[in-house]
Design a protein around this ligand. Structure first.
Ligand SMILES: NC(=O)C1=CN([C@@H]2O[C@H](COP(=O)(O)OP(=O)(O)OC[C@H]3O[C@@H](n4cnc5c(N)ncnc54)[C@H](O)[C@@H]3O)[C@@H](O)[C@H]2O)C=CC1
Ligand SMILES: CC(C)CCC[C@@H](C)[C@H]1CC[C@H]2[C@@H]3[C@H](O)CC4=CC(=O)CC[C@]4(C)[C@H]3CC[C@]12C
Length: 346
């Protein structure tokens, strides 16, 4: 793959390339992967912003498709050197049926794996989630844990169940023979809660704060720490893994990596206030604040929100030289600037 390192020879496919994370991965690849010849972006819903990318030196191919349709996936994968599979249904609010979540997240991932095997694509990077580990149904804290920290991973909600099953499929596929006889090399990245430009829940909190006259109300104990990671650093980790997977196949193949950076350990709401505060919102106490957040709350989201889950690891640095591309200050500034551009800003 990398013999003629200076030439533009590689074809990458990003599934879910029009989502929150996917768009950042796409833009990061165009900026930071000089060997790219063609970038295929596969998504159920294509964004209009793709048009502006089509005028650059890399061939950008937008493919409207569904990961649950094996033939559509195989057609998109054929001829790609690397697949970055970020597509998924991120629904923890009960809007989608458990069957659909399973079909997209698990069967969709199986379709991607089979497409790699059938068409001869050797490198597959899967966007997993911290949710495959926890928080678990017992609400046990995971405090600054790493990839080897023992933890009882017990899931019941369709989203973490589907992410855990899909991750397992991806890791088990490592080493399978692909068309042409070479082995498939896979790995899984597990972001904690991602934030940054394009983050829908942050946008919703901001709008709610504006509607409430510039106030948000604390609903979760400030002592509960949430792992958060900036979207630009998550995208950068994907790009680095894709670049290093061939040369470090024996070390990285079949491995999982938490996505981390230097974002501070804080409670969910105090962390959000790092961005919403400078945009004019105040966080206040209220006697019964949960009423205000009813659409976001169910037994699962309440349990996640009320359980400490933070990571502290250097596995990605040791295995493939990852260092966050964006400092905390830069991640914060970029996110604040984005919130300020959100419609309805004060
Ligand atoms: N947002 C977060 O905090 C975290 C997200 N993740 C994972 O990162 C990945 C990306 O998540 P986000 O960008 O936040 O979500 P998102 O919803 O913004 O992006 C997902 C993309 O997948 C596409 N998609 C959904 N169903 C599809 C289908 N059947 N066929 C083709 N494309 C389909 C959507 O159209 C969307 O563009 C997901 O796999 C998610 O599980 C992991 C950890 C944290
Ligand atoms: C003030 C309210 C009561 C706060 C409710 C917040 C919750 C909706 C969110 C708190 C933690 C979030 C989850 C966490 O960031 C980990 C996640 C990882 C993923 O892979 C998908 C999203 C999520 C489950 C995320 C969802 C929203 C929260 C539960």
């Amino acid at each position: 793959m990398a013999d003629s390192a200076e030439t533009q020879e590689l074809v990458y496919l990003v599934t879910g390339g029009c989502g929150f994370l996917g768009e950042h991965v796409v833009r990061m690849l165009l900026q930071r992967e000089p060997r790219l010849r063609e970038l295929r972006i596969f998504d159920l819903h294509l964004g209009p912003w793709l048009e502006e990318l089509k005028t650059g030196p890399v061939q950008v191919t937008a493919i409207q498709g569904d990961v649950t349709q094996a033939h559509e996936v195989a057609a998109a994968v054929a001829g790609a050197h690397v697949v970055i599979h970020t597509a998924g249904l991120v629904d923890v609010f009960g809007k989608t049926s458990p069957e659909t979540i399973h079909e997209v997240n698990v069967q969709g991932t199986q379709n991607v794996i089979e497409a790699c095997v059938q068409t001869g694509t050797r490198f597959l990077i899967y966007t997993s989630s911290m949710e495959v580990v926890g928080p678990n149904t017992k609400g046990q804290p995971f405090y600054r844990g790493n990839e080897n920290t023992p933890y009882e991973a017990v899931h019941r909600h369709p989203y973490p169940c589907s992410k855990a099953l899909a991750e397992q499929l991806v890791l088990e596929a490592n080493g399978r023979e692909v068309l042409g006889g070479l082995p498939l090399v896979t790995c899984a990245l597990r972001p904690t809660g991602i934030y940054g430009e394009g983050h829908q829940i942050m946008r919703d909190f901001y709008h709610q704060g504006l509607r409430l006259g510039g106030r948000l109300f604390r609903a979760i104990p400030a002592s509960v720490e949430h792992g958060r990671v900036y979207v630009g650093n998550v995208a950068w980790m994907h790009v680095l893994v894709a670049r290093e997977l061939e040369h470090r196949a024996a070390l990285m193949g079949g491995q999982v990596y938490f996505c981390y950076d230097n974002s501070p350990y804080k409670s969910y709401e105090d962390f959000n206030m790092e961005f919403l505060g400078p945009c004019g919102l105040l966080l206040q106490w209220l006697l019964r604040p949960l009423m205000l957040y009813a659409p976001l709350l169910n037994p699962y989201t309440l349990a996640v929100a009320n359980t400490t889950f933070t990571v502290s690891t250097d596995k990605a640095r040791r295995h493939f030289g990852y260092e966050p591309l964006f400092s905390w200050e830069e991640s914060r500034t970029r996110t604040i600037r984005w919130v300020q551009t959100v419609e309805g800003s004060a």
